[in-house]
Design a protein around this ligand. Structure first.
Ligand SMILES: Nc1nc2c(ncn2[C@@H]2O[C@H](COP(=O)(O)OP(=O)(O)OP(=O)(O)O)[C@@H](O)[C@H]2O)c(=O)[nH]1
Ligand SMILES: [Zn+2]
Length: 217
């Protein structure tokens, strides 16, 4: 498959600050991705960076079923506070299975499955994403070293394997609530994500925490 190409850019004022939005496209499939860029990211110094996988429900429709919308806002705010950084908006909705299939997975979750069981029941892998395009996007933006905002070790490994120097992982634990605590717990237990429960010491809806609650509490 041909490499993704940088095709256009424009100014994008947001509620978090003024970014440059850079459009990327695969010449053959026309699949699109975008990056929001602030400041000089080509000077070789590590760049605060986020690879954000598309989540229409969380990012745009304020869903509480996941942490995506909160992470998106927090990442843009942190980049803006530093005055420098990159957010790659990685258009692999539903961990790569697409929006309608994610809703099908949600329907199975309504019946008691966790996110991974639902993906497998639909005939998909637990995670169908390919992050390597994000390394190509970093490269085309002149970004060589990153401080990556993520809890997902797979993103770090893929970037390192693709030649991006990940100098630091910056945790992004935001937006925990009673509707997404099971989702966060599944990420921690089954996918090895670095999740820190941030609302309370022990979250009572979370089976992972329940197991850790001392008997006298
Ligand atoms: N298949 C599926 N995808 C989901 C579900 N909930 C959220 N997603 C998608 O999961 C992706 C976000 O992945 P996460 O595993 O939450 O987080 P991550 O991006 O791997 O890791 P972080 O960098 O720590 O945020 C987005 O594409 C969402 O649309 C679900 O129940 N099923
Ligand atoms: Zn989401």
């Amino acid at each position: 498959m041909a490499k993704i190409q940088r095709v256009t850019e424009a100014t994008l004022p947001t509620e978090f600050g003024i970014f440059k939005i850079v459009g990327f496209e695969f010449p053959d499939t026309k699949k699109e991705h975008v990056a929001l860029v602030m400041g000089d990211v080509e000077d070789g110094q590590p760049v605060l960076a986020r690879i954000h996988s598309e989540c229409l429900t969380g990012d745009a429709l304020h869903s509480l079923k996941c942490d995506c919308g909160f992470q998106l806002a927090s990442a843009l705010r942190q980049i803006s506070q530093e005055g420098r950084g990159v957010l790659v908006y990685h258009r692999e909705e539903g961990r790569g299975i697409g929006l309608i299939n994610k809703i099908r997975a949600y329907a199975l979750q309504d019946q008691g499955m966790d996110t991974i069981e639902a993906n497998l029941a639909l005939g998909f892998k637990a995670d169908e994403r390919n992050f390597s395009v994000c390394a190509d996007i970093f490269e085309q933006l002149g970004v060589k070293a990153v401080r990556l905002l993520t809890n997902n070790p797979a993103k770090i490994e893929t970037m390192k394997a693709a030649g991006i120097n990940v100098v630091e992982r910056v945790p992004l634990n935001v937006g925990e609530n009673r509707y997404n605590v099971g989702y966060l717990d599944t990420k921690a237990k089954k996918m090895g994500h670095y999740i820190v429960h941030n609302n309370e010491k022990h979250f009572l809806d979370c089976p992972h925490c329940q197991a850790e609650i001392p008997a006298d509490e």
